[in-house]
Design a protein around this ligand. Structure first.
Ligand code: HEC
Length: 170
């Protein structure tokens, strides 16, 4: 009698396994569904708060994270790559600047740089002026500088050149 129960149990298990496996493969559809619901949520949130911080939240980076670098290293990187246009002191008077329209920005101008978020600074240095709808004369550095280098430069701009924080876009 016990044997019969055991056999029935094994038989039931054998029936259950394929059912379980098909429900697993259906999981993909569910993931798609969850992803599309998530996207809708993001769309809705973006509609409510149409600013760039939403992207950070999705990627898990806060605006401060883009400036978590070493200013002293950023200074060296700036001296090697940026001074021809932005000048030794960052005010925008480098030797190449004369020929450029628009002029390279004065990165020591607190009233201007405080309107730019750390993420924006990161983006414009990494992807160049075009990445933020500005002049292509500001080159993209993502091929020659690592993300860490760029964060170092962003911190250098914040701490030394402008000595100012992002005012939150107000
Ligand atoms: C070939 C010249 C050139 C070099 C080299 C250069 N820039 Fe620029 N940069 C520009 C110009 C031109 C602008 C102004 C773009 C505009 O206002 O449309 C600019 C603008 C900027 C801005 C302001 C962006 C904004 O949204 O207003 C930042 C920040 C900046 N550059 C950082 C850097 C850093 C950091 C480096 C070095 C890694 C660098 N630049 C190297 C020409 C240059």
């Amino acid at each position: 009698m016990k044997k019969a129960v055991f056999i029935t149990a094994v038989f039931c298990l054998m029936l259950l396994i394929p059912t379980f496996m098909t429900s697993c493969s259906k999981g993909d559809d569910k993931e798609d569904e969850i992803a599309s619901v998530k996207n809708e949520e993001i769309d809705i949130i973006e509609e409510i708060r149409p600013n760039e911080t939403i992207q950070n939240e999705v990627e898990g980076d806060s605006d401060e994270d883009f400036a978590k670098g070493t200013p002293a290293k950023g200074k060296e990187i700036f001296a090697m790559n940026c001074t021809p246009c932005h000048g030794q002191d960052g005010t925008g008077g480098g030797p190449t600047a004369a020929a450029l329209v628009p002029k390279p920005r004065n990165l020591t101008d607190e009233s201007y740089v405080s309107t730019l978020s750390n993420e924006h600074l990161f983006k414009v240095i990494s992807g160049g002026g075009l990445a933020v709808g500005k002049s292509a004369a500001m080159p993209a550095w993502s091929t020659s500088l690592s993300d860490e280098d760029i964060r170092d430069v962003v911190s250098y701009i914040r701490v030394d050149l402008c000595n100012c924080e992002f005012d939150g876009g107000n």
